[in-house]
Design a protein around this ligand. Structure first.
Ligand code: ZN
Ligand code: ZN
Length: 433
């Protein structure tokens, strides 16, 4: 990110993915002064000392990824992550736009905090968009000034980490949100039902002797919020959907015309609860990694188009918060740097889901939900582009993690599809060795 001059970039012979139109084609891309100036075959540029050439033969060239659920811990928990370090981890993962959640200290529930994130975003390697709280201090008691916050630049609203337990208040939030057509991003958890639970309630919670979190905890809240959205006309997005029941309810709600979308995380589509037998606390996440039946339902949901996006729910935690007993460990895994590799390994290699379809889940589709102009490669637009070597396989190692926190559930996994360079805001911000 040093210096202001943007070097011109020529990407040669890549397989360009156009998720917007479901197409792929081999092409060169020329980026001049940070703007995509040509897309076509055999682009030749007069010798220019200052040009960066990227040989993308046998690579895919994708619009920069859009991750709509990320925790950057800034302000307040900067020893775990900052907007700056989170953005560096994002671009290593090929992500050029992130939406960051408001559970910081102080909580992003005021105009000044929204501005704080937007200002930091200007200096960051990728674009960082603030999601503001639905209720003041995330306390579930009073609605924030959502209209004003949206005007200031909040991209959506969420009390992520909690559901709003008070149904009457949630209904009011939804009705209020419709006046401005705001996006509500919902963490669905009936906290009385999930209680002190640590992992998915089922066979493995029983044999491991760990308290379970029933699927009902998610499903009850999803059912409630769909009911409220149907009545209020609110635009809701269910984030980190994890249950088979949830997929079924979202499918039905979509058929009925409820304004609903949803995302899943890479760890919920990659693992099932048998992974918990390792007692590795990085697997302690919320919602919990669920059964194989649930995992397969999520994949089916992607194939059918019920699931709109994959989002990381990148949740950095210090070693001290994870290197403890399973009961005391914090919930969450980091996930920015492995978002593509995990999704590609499972969905393309294993499940044979097409590349344009897979790429749409991490580009154009979340961009549409957020209502932003991103996730496409278009002449005349600022370049946000990711180049991936789909043949390369990499073992995820702690020492290679860029994020300030190292709590990755993917450490030790071999993932296919390595990001070899990322162009964000028109600049080459990441290139692998
Ligand atoms: Zn959450
Ligand atoms: Zn989250």
């Amino acid at each position: 990110m040093k210096g202001n001059k943007k070097k011109n970039i020529l990407i040669k012979s890549g397989r360009v993915i156009d998720p917007q139109h479901g197409k792929e084609f081999v092409s060169d891309i020329y980026i001049k002064d940070g703007i995509i100036s040509k897309v076509g075959e055999n682009i030749s540029i007069k010798e220019d000392d200052d040009i960066v050439k990227i040989n993308a033969e046998n690579c895919i060239v994708s619009p920069g990824f859009v991750d709509m659920h990320v925790h950057l811990r800034d302000p307040g928990f900067e020893d775990e992550e900052t907007i700056e370090t989170g953005a560096l981890a994002a671009v290593k993962g090929g992500i050029t736009t992130v939406a960051c959640m408001p559970n910081t200290r102080p909580v992003i529930d005021s105009q000044s905090l929204v501005k704080y994130v937007l200002e930091k975003s200007l200096e960051s390697a990728c674009t960082v968009l603030p999601v503001a709280a639905m209720t003041a201090g995330l306390e579930g008691k009073h609605i924030t000034e959502m209209g004003l916050l949206a005007e200031t630049g909040a991209i959506g609203f969420s009390d992520d980490g909690n559901s709003v337990n008070d149904s009457r208040l949630m209904y009011e939030i939804m009705r209020y949100s419709t006046q401005f057509d705001l996006l509500l991003i919902l963490h669905e958890e009936d906290s009385l039902m999930s209680g002190e639970g640590l992992i998915h309630e089922g066979y493995f919670s029983t044999i491991l002797g760990l308290e379970g979190i029933s699927s009902l905890s998610d499903d009850l809240m999803i059912a409630r919020d769909i009911t409220l959205a149907r009545r209020s006309g609110a635009r809701i997005h269910i984030t980190h959907l994890s249950t088979k029941g949830g997929v079924e309810m979202v499918r039905k709600a979509k058929e009925e015309g409820v304004r609903i979308t949803c995302d899943i995380t890479p760890h919920h589509l990659f693992f099932n609860d048998s992974s918990l037998t390792s007692f590795n606390t990085n697997f302690k996440v919320k919602p919990p990694i669920r059964s194989e039946e649930d995992r397969l339902a999520l994949i089916e949901g992607i194939k059918e188009g019920v699931i709109d996006a994959i989002a990381s729910d990148h949740a950095p935690h210090l070693d001290t918060e994870k290197n403890t007993t399973f009961k005391l460990a914090s919930f969450g895994t980091i996930s920015l740097e492995t978002l593509f590799g995990a999704s590609f390994s499972k969905l393309y290699i294993e499940e044979k889901i097409s590349l344009p379809k897979l790429i749409s889940l991490i580009t154009i589709s979340p961009a549409r939900i957020l209502g932003i102009d991103a996730g496409k490669i278009e002449v005349g637009k600022v370049a946000n582009i990711t180049v991936i070597d789909t043949e390369k396989e990499e073992e995820i190692k702690r020492e290679n993690i860029v994020s300030k926190s190292k709590n990755s559930v993917f450490i030790g996994q071999k993932l296919k599809g390595k990001v070899i360079c990322t162009i964000s805001k028109g600049k080459l911000v990441y290139r692998s060795e």
